[in-house]
Design a protein around this ligand. Structure first.
Ligand code: SAH
Length: 368
C-alpha cells in the first residue's frame, strides 16, 4: 500500500532536513509522483472522496460556456482564442461548456483548448471525454501560447499549497510539519520572528495571540502571471471556489477521505487536502498586476444572474418526472445559501477596460 510508505518518506525527510512548511507537505501529499493523492487516484464522484459543482449539475458548465461566448464577443471575437482550464477534474465542466459554446458556431470554431492538469489519471480521463476538442495538455499557464485568453478554474485554487502562521506573545511563527516523540507526523511551531509577520496580510498582523493565518503564495503567483497576460492580450478568467472575503484568520486546511473529514497528517497521499480561498488576496494580486477584478459574488447569485432558472426550465421541458426532479435538486444544491450558494464564490479577472461580465452585474460580497 502506497500511503504508509509516503508517510515514512516524509518522516525521513524531516529527520534529515528539519520540519517542512505546510506548503511543502501539501505539495508532497497531493503530487508526489509515486504516492501523491492526485498522482494515484480519481478523486471525484460518489466512489471518490468529494464531488464538485459540474459533477452535480450540467447547468454549471453550460452557463459558463454561455458567459464565455458573451465575453468572446466583448473582446472582439478573436480567432483563434486560447481556452484554458486549470484542474479540469473529470472534464465534465469543459464538456458542458463546449456543448453550450456550440450554440455560437464561430465562437466554438475559434477555441483552442489547453488543459493544466497535474494528475496522469485525470489527464487520461480528460483526453477521453474531450477528444473532439483536441485538448493540449500543458504544465502551467506559461506554456499556453500568447494571445487572447479565456480561462476557467473550478475548485483549483483550494488545492494549492498554503502556509500557516501562528501569532505568539511577541511575534508570528510558521506552523510546520515535524515529528512527535513517537516519530509520528505532528504540527510544530517554527521560531517566532519579525520577518514571519511580514508574510501575514497587513490587516491581520495585529491579531491576538493564538490567531492562525493562512497564505497561499502559489495562488498569488498564479494570479499575478495570469493578470499580466491579461494586460498584454484581451481576455478573461473566471475562478469559482469556496472561500472568504475579506482576508480573515483561519485555519481552514482540511483533509477529506471518502466524503468525510480526516486528519490532514494521517496517511498523506490517501486524502484530499485543501484550504478555503482568500478571495481578497486573489483580487489584490490581480489588481496589482494591472488586471481588472469583478466580484467575488456568491455562486448562487452568479448562477441565477446567468439565467440558471431559465436553463433549468429548458432542460426540464420534455423530461420525465424523475429527471425533472434530479435537475432541480442538482441546481438547488449549487444555488441554495445553506448548500453551495454562499460559501462558494465566483471572481472574474479581466483585461483592463472591460465591463462587468454577465453574472457580476450585482453587488459583490464583502463578507464570507
Ligand atoms: N475542476 C474540477 C476538479 C476540481 S479538483 C471540478 O470542478 O470537478 C482539483 C483539480 O485540480 C484536479 O483535476 C487536480 O488533479 C487538479 N490539480 C490540483 N493541483 C494541481 C496543480 N498544482 N497543477 C495542476 N493541476 C492540479
Amino acid at each position: 500500500m502506497a500511503a504508509p510508505e509516503l508517510s515514512d518518506r516524509i518522516g525521513r525527510r524531516i529527520r534529515a532536513e528539519g520540519p517542512l512548511s505546510l506548503a511543502a507537505y501539501m505539495a508532497t501529499a497531493l503530487h508526489d509522483p509515486e504516492a501523491g493523492y492526485y498522482a494515484t487516484r480519481a478523486p471525484l464522484g460518489r466512489a471518490g472522496d468529494f464531488t464538485t459543482a459540474p459533477e452535480i449539475s450540467q447547468i454549471f458548465g453550460e452557463l459558463i460556456g454561455l458567459c464565455f461566448a458573451d465575453l468572446w464577443q466583448r473582446i472582439g471575437r478573436p480567432d483563434p482564442v486560447n481556452l484554458v482550464e486549470l484542474g479540469p477534474g473529470r472534464g465534465t465542466l469543459m464538456a458542458d461548456l463546449l456543448r453550450a459554446a456550440a450554440s455560437v458556431p464561430d465562437f466554438r470554431g475559434a477555441l483552442r483548448l489547453h488543459l493544466v492538469e497535474a494528475s496522469p489519471v485525470l489527464r487520461a480521463e480528460q483526453q477521453r471525454r474531450l477528444s473532439d476538442a483536441a485538448p493540449r495538455f500543458v504544465g502551467d499557464l506559461g506554456e499556453v501560447p500568447d494571445g487572447p485568453l479565456l480561462l476557467v478554474a473550478n475548485e483549483f485554487l483550494d488545492a494549492l499549497p498554503i502556509r500557516q502562521f501562528v501569532r505568539g506573545a511577541a511575534h508570528w511563527a510558521e506552523r510546520l510539519v515535524g515529528l512527535d516523540g513517537d516519530g509520528r507526523l505532528a504540527f510544530v511551531l517554527g521560531p517566532g520572528s519579525p520577518p514571519a509577520g511580514l508574510l501575514v496580510p497587513q490587516p491581520l498582523r495585529d491579531s491576538p495571540s493564538g490567531t492562525v493565518v493562512e497564505i497561499c503564495p502559489a495562488a498569488s503567483a498564479l494570479v499575478d502571471s495570469l493578470a499580466k497576460r491579461l494586460t498584454e492580450a484581451p481576455g478573461a478568467a473566471l475562478m469559482v471556489d469556496y472561500g472568504y472575503v475579506p482576508s480573515a484568520p483561519g485555519p481552514t486546511l482540511a483533509a477529506i477521505r471518502a466524503h468525510h473529514p480526516a486528519d490532514p497528517l494521517d496517511r498523506p497521499g490517501s486524502a484530499d487536502l485543501s484550504a478555503h480561498v482568500d478571495f481578497q488576496a486573489v483580487a489584490e494580486a490581480a489588481c496589482a498586476a494591472g488586471a481588472q477584478v469583478y466580484g467575488p459574488v456568491p455562486q448562487g447569485q452568479f448562477l441565477a444572474a446567468l439565467g440558471a432558472e431559465t436553463r433549468l426550465a429548458m432542460l426540464s421541458r420534455g423530461a420525465d418526472t424523475e429527471r425533472r426532479q434530479a435537475l432541480a435538486a442538482g441546481l438547488g444544491r449549487l444555488i441554495e445559501p445553506g448548500q453551495m450558494g454562499t460559501l462558494f464564490k465566483a471572481i472574474a479577472i479581466l483585461s483592463p477596460g472591460l465591463p462587468a461580465p454577465a453574472g457580476f452585474a450585482g453587488p459583490g460580497v464583502d463578507n464570507g
